[in-house]
Design a protein around this ligand. Structure first.
Ligand SMILES: Cc1cc2nc3c(=O)[nH]c(=O)nc-3n(C[C@H](O)[C@H](O)[C@H](O)COP(=O)(O)OP(=O)(O)OC[C@H]3O[C@@H](n4cnc5c(N)ncnc54)[C@H](O)[C@@H]3O)c2cc1C
Length: 401
């Protein structure tokens, strides 16, 4: 068991907050630096599978999330134009029995709020707002964090959990080159009360369309419906949670789709149709440099085709805390963390990118590909079955996972 450290984290997103909770529970002092002037998350849905939920249980937010989330009964694949169901596999009890924890659909703001509450319970002064990190300086036995307004803080270790445009990553390893995937994601949240009663089932539906596909599911105790519609596109806007698109363009992108979807698209607030251009970044195999390490999207930006980006940040957090507990020299502990996590995250990043291709092709291709196929069965083993709280802390284990 190592001595307790003074740990600084850049970024209070899902990754930074989960890491702070795991590290404080292990007895370390943590200071979180967030650029925003207030804590919060965008209006969007998020799926958290068993491998992430185990950590939520560990830090004691599972009951809160269970109350705020929705457990989907199944994963259902339907042809977008006709509504025909071509495949289905069970989630709910089946997922929990196979993987040791439930699968939840959550509003990002609900997850973020539960994490903030837990972090503040552990230390009410943990988070510093209006604190944009611009760079760091490493000294022999300490690391200094420098904010854009010139303020300077010092600690034993610095964790860069500052997202896809991470300043810490840029300084330590260089920013990752980003290639446009050819997909733009429409993101909508619709109050279920605006839809006919029980308009959609309590399942996660993947709609398969020509040059497009969408995922639709309930959030927040079935009060909200989340729609993420991916459309192939030659042009793109920002990679941003706040970029908007025209409702008329949204309707035209999915104009041939089934009435069940049209009713949902018609019910959205017309000025709340968001678009996110999806970019691919190749994984890197080292996230640790001296007293500095990366976590979450800063180290492994992950496309949403497997719904695992935030879950990987959550897994990182638990493994990071364990490595710092197991190895007394923080530099060696961060090396171990990177060795355990980088191969696992690289596999998820690569499989997420490869998954995009499964949704390409004509309706006939998609029908043939999805009808009766064994979809995602193996994920119960290597993906959802992974337990970051018990996984062996060795490089070889990371490579296998
Ligand atoms: C359309 C879409 C759907 C998705 N669906 C899922 C899903 O279902 N399941 C899933 O697991 N993942 C999903 N993801 C991925 C998930 O959103 C990300 O992987 C996750 O948000 C990463 O969390 P993070 O904390 O690493 O980074 P972020 O959420 O980006 O948080 C970074 C934080 O750092 C702060 N920050 C940035 N720069 C600085 C700085 N210089 N100084 C201080 N603070 C800074 C930011 O303000 C922010 O608070 C999806 C992504 C997209 C685009």
């Amino acid at each position: 068991m190592s001595s307790k450290l003074d740990i600084m984290i850049a970024g209070a997103g899902i990754g930074g907050l989960t890491a702070a909770a795991c590290l404080m529970q292990a007895g370390h002092r943590v200071r979180l630096f967030e650029q925003a002037s207030k804590l919060g998350e965008v209006g969007a849905g998020l799926q958290i599978s068993a491998n992430g939920f185990k950590v939520m249980r560990h830090i004691g937010v599972d009951k809160k999330l269970a109350a705020a989330g929705v457990k989907p009964l199944s994963y259902v694949f339907r042809i977008a134009e006709t509504g025909e169901e071509v495949n289905r596999f069970e989630l709910a009890e089946a997922h929990e029995a196979a993987n040791g924890a439930p699968y939840y659909q959550l509003h990002r703001a609900d997850l973020h709020a539960a994490l903030v509450e837990r972090v503040r319970q552990l230390d009410s002064n943990c988070v510093t707002l209006n604190a944009a990190v611009s760079e760091y300086e490493e000294r022999e036995t300490r690391v200094d964090l420098i904010l854009s307004d010139g303020r300077r803080f010092s600690g034993d270790v610095l964790i860069g959990a500052d997202g896809i445009k991470s300043a810490i990553r840029a300084q330590a390893f260089g920013q990752a080159p980003a290639d446009f995937t050819g997909d733009v994601a429409w993101r909508l949240i619709i109050p279920a009360a605006r839809l006919p009663k029980d308009h959609i089932d309590r399942v996660m539906t993947v709609w398969l369309g020509p040059s497009s596909h969408a995922v639709m599911y309930y959030l927040r105790n079935k009060e909200l419906v989340n729609f993420v519609g991916l459309k192939e596109s030659d042009t793109w806007q920002d990679e941003s949670w706040t970029s908007k698109g025209d409702w008329s363009e949204l309707k035209s992108d999915f104009s041939t789709w089934h009435d069940e979807v049209q009713v949902v698209l018609d019910a959205v607030d017309k000025d709340a149709c968001y678009r996110w251009a999806l970019f691919n970044r190749k994984p890197i195999d080292n996230w640790a440099k001296g007293r500095v390490a990366l976590l979450g999207d800063a180290s492994h930006p992950t496309l949403p085709y497997l719904a695992q980006g935030a879950v990987m940040a959550i897994e990182d957090s638990a493994v990071l805390a364990r490595c710092l507990d197991e190895v007394s020299d923080p530099v060696e502990a961060l090396k171990l963390y990177s060795a355990v996590r980088a191969p696992r995250a690289a596999r998820v990043v690569n499989e997420s990118s490869a998954n995009q291709k499964k949704f390409r092709g004509s309706i006939a291709d998609l029908r043939q590909r999805f009808i009766g196929a064994e979809i995602g069965g193996d994920r119960n083993g290597w993906l959802y079955g992974y337990d970051p709280l018990t996984v062996k802390l060795s490089q070889a284990e990371g490579a296998q996972s």
